[in-house]
Design a protein around this ligand. Structure first.
Ligand code: R5P
Length: 298
């Protein structure tokens, strides 16, 4: 067997199993252990010598995941892996991409530099690109963003009657347009004012002729859920039916899923970039296409 070896960080095993099959590779085995003092032990149990290695690590709550990932990548390189790729279906530290106030660390830049030191390439799914337009501006290694608008649009076309795609803020326009096109549905984009982590004000455009539609709120991330909740309140105040809430990444900070469920939503739908009960859309095949291309197997 000479195909790629696909290693999974904890919690990524099922995704890695399917990815290994899709790239004609094989699962690589490793042992990870936390010592009583909190340090990590990492052992590679499948020799990577002369082979491509793919590390699957979705990076929600990234801090405790980063060091084992770094140790694993370094060990693989040391043990003779040909090229090392990181597959991070959810990529962390994409929002602090500028210094908003004096003295703040620009963590998007720092994190990208750390990942770029570990691997030869990276594949992720719809990263939060706002003030920057391409991962190339951050990452010094080839970094591919897989876009899953067509997967989201197909789900909507199959499951929602008379959908109206609603973006809760200007930043969401980049996803909304593609999703609406894939769903064959109209769209509107709201204006959002964020006053703090948990305080959001939405000004939704008039629903007008779309009042009879089912609103489908779409965003890249649901974190505190405040953006979605504010948007739901504005839509309901205009007499809309309970909307569907859809996001690529089910980040859901503590209590957010329960708060959103209680906010008058008909359904919450996410992709499986982060495992969560709301996952309905499988993006593994789209990720596999990106990985196959990095591995040069088309
Ligand atoms: C913001 O720019 C993002 O696209 C999301 O709208 C935001 O991260 C959602 O956060 P929350 O769920 O905390 O309102």
């Amino acid at each position: 067997m000479t195909g790629a070896l696909v290693f999974a960080l904890p919690g990524n095993e099922a995704f890695a199993d399917r990815l290994a099959l899709a790239v004609n590779g094989e699962r690589g085995h490793l042992t990870l252990h936390d010592f009583p003092d909190g340090e990590s032990f990492v052992r590679v149990d499948t020799s990577p010598a002369g082979r491509d290695a793919v590390l699957v690590a979705t990076l929600k709550s990234p801090n405790p995941k980063f060091l084992p990932l770094a140790f694993l990548a370094d060990a693989l390189r040391d043990l003779g892996a040909k090229r090392i790729g990181i597959v991070a279906p959810y990529l962390a530290y994409m929002r602090q991409d500028k210094r908003f106030h004096d003295g703040e660390a620009i963590t998007s830049h720092s994190f990208a530099a750390l990942i770029s030191r570990l691997a030869d390439w990276m594949v992720t799914v719809d990263p939060h690109l706002h003030r920057i337009t391409s991962l190339r501006e951050l990452y010094s290694i080839p970094a591919t963003a897989i876009h899953v608008a067509s997967e989201l649009g197909s789900w909507i076309a199959t499951h929602v009657q008379s959908p109206l795609i609603v973006g809760p803020d200007e930043e969401s326009r980049q996803w909304v347009e593609g999703i609406a096109a894939a769903a064959g549905a109209p769209y509107i984009v709201s204006t959002k004012t964020r006053l703090g982590d948990a305080q959001v004000i939405e000004s939704t455009p008039e629903l007008g002729d779309h009042r009879a539609c089912t609103p489908v709120l779409v965003d890249d991330i649901i974190s505190t859920g405040r953006t979605m909740i504010a948007a739901i309140q504005h839509l309901r105040a205009q007499g809309s039916v309970a909307p569907v809430c859809m996001a690529v990444h089910a980040v859901f900070a503590d209590g957010a899923y329960a708060a959103l469920t209680a906010a008058g939503v008909s359904q919450i739908v996410t992709t499986n970039t982060i495992a969560h009960p709301s996952n309905r859309i499988d993006i593994e095949p789209a990720v596999a296409r990106g990985v196959r291309s990095e591995l040069g197997i088309g």
